[in-house]
Design a protein around this ligand. Structure first.
Ligand SMILES: [Zn+2]
Length: 162
């Protein structure tokens, strides 16, 4: 049995200078401000969490992560992702396709590093993670550099017991 999960997430950059680092796909990007979120605002991990929720119906970002953040002060989105993965049961990830829209930071030169980080977080081979980037010609707030957006399509497989 196969399911295709779909998730999206976006955050704007903090306006004022702060000590908060910009973390996307588990990597730190030093050339931009941190993201405006109670958590680290990792759009890649959040989009993947939402793609997982789209097949499990367990609200991770909308419920579990909020509690982890508010009650335990956990802001590392990798911890939310681990909670999401724990809800998969017998579903296995076959492939992850990510599309990021942003004017900044510059992603392309770190594409392989980003794929490796996401693959490591999910416990899958790097060949099973694909990422594309677009600047979007300044048509959206992401393309204008005000924030970043990630869309994730995740394919899952589960063997049917007969
Ligand atoms: Zn988010």
């Amino acid at each position: 049995m196969i399911r295709v999960g779909y998730g999206q997430d976006a955050h704007k950059f903090l306006k004022s200078p702060s000590a908060k680092k910009c973390i996307i796909g588990g990597l730190v990007f030093d050339d931009v401000e941190g993201l405006d979120a109670d958590s680290d605002g990792d759009i890649v991990y959040h989009a993947i969490c939402n793609a997982i929720t789209s097949i499990t119906h367990v609200p991770i970002l909308g419920d579990v992560a909020i509690k982890m953040c508010k009650e335990e002060n956990i802001t590392d989105s990798f911890q939310y992702l681990k909670k999401a993965l724990a809800t998969l049961g017998e579903w296995k990830i076959v492939f992850v396709a990510l599309a990021i829209e942003a004017k900044r930071p510059k992603f392309q030169k770190r594409a392989l590093e980003l794929r490796q980080s996401v693959a490591g977080a999910l416990g899958i081979d790097v060949d099973l993670v694909g990422i594309t980037f677009t600047s979007g010609q300044e048509l959206t707030h992401f393309g204008q550099g005000l924030g970043v957006e990630c869309r994730a399509v995740v394919t899952f497989i589960k063997s049917i017991h007969v």
